[in-house]
Design a protein. Sequence first.
Length: 402
Amino acid sequence: MVTKPDLTVKFCKLELESPYMLSSAPPTCTGEMIMRAFEEGWAGAVTKTIKPDKTAVYDYDNRFGIMGFEDKQMVVFENIEEVTKRPLGTWIKEIKEVKKKYPEKPLIGSLMAEPKEDEWEALARAVSEAGVDMLELNFGCPHGMPERGMGAFCGQRPELIEKLTKASKQGSNVPIMVKLTPNVTDIAFMGKTAEAAGADAISAINTVLGLIGVNIDTFEPMPTVNGKSTFGGMSGPAMKPIAMRCVAQLCQATNIPVSGIGGITTWRDAVEFLLIGANNVQVCTSVMWRGYRLIHDMVDGLTQYLDDKGFSSVKEIQGLTLPKLTAWSKLDKDWEVVAKIDKDKCIKCGICFVGCRDGGYQAIKFEQGKAAEVDEEKCDACSLCTLSCPVPGCITWKRVKK
């Protein structure tokens, strides 16, 4: 009998059938959408952010934008959308419906309010009593809401993280997760502040503040709302390096579980987040691009990966890479290598030569029609040639003593 690797994850008091959850975003706009996602196989979901009824929300027409690169249509996705427009009462009703139909699937309520302790406490009480399994405090939204003292306005001020986390804990009967913004100088400090205030978990990152582009024919910034735009939240594959840095820093600095978010498009991305210490991952932009069905590829890919590597459970890979991340000053200064070109694999394209000549150390010799060669005396092991070479394994490293 063949035994498949165990994908289950214990997250605070929650049991996830796999590490994959939907993040608080358009794919979790309604209870009906969340139930369809659960039916498709997602292990858990965070509702689109719920706010007090008195908080006005505006969703402008044409509020999304994308940036492509080469053959990729979308590597960065921008949104200037705000939190849910739906009344609190509607969400309470739908939370109950979702939990009745899918009692085994963790449902997390995302919250946002003005930086007033009584408002956070009341909202936490109302949503937790509706039946969610956990609350996520949205201290990360970088557009629209901060202008009104919400979202990233709170996440950029440790004193508000502390006060509002404590207030939410006071009103909640379920675990509290704090969602942090990457738009700060030191996210690890913000994570430690949340932990000290009683947070049971952290989620990171929320979107990165940016400008997706400018239409060079009309001179209008994008996405354009009647000729004008604003800085919005960036997500998608290009945000993964920022997200991974933040998640790793939080895992190193705190002792509570971290839910990783940012640029997760494939099962490989999820594995990387797990390896740097994330307990689970949340997905948004790739679902908006490909649909809920993406979960099947993600589950199958992770299962096959664990099996191929000889792991019996996803728990065995969590944090394996984290001890290998250190300060720049602690890297091995005695590690000396030079580039080595396999002449049998070289296709004589000259790409490595041009890059090294114009952006490196002029250490590659090349004549048209001949394989490239490395001048080991000049090679400074910057790695540009190994990254630009189109043939896998053609340029590798050779240990030397200089």
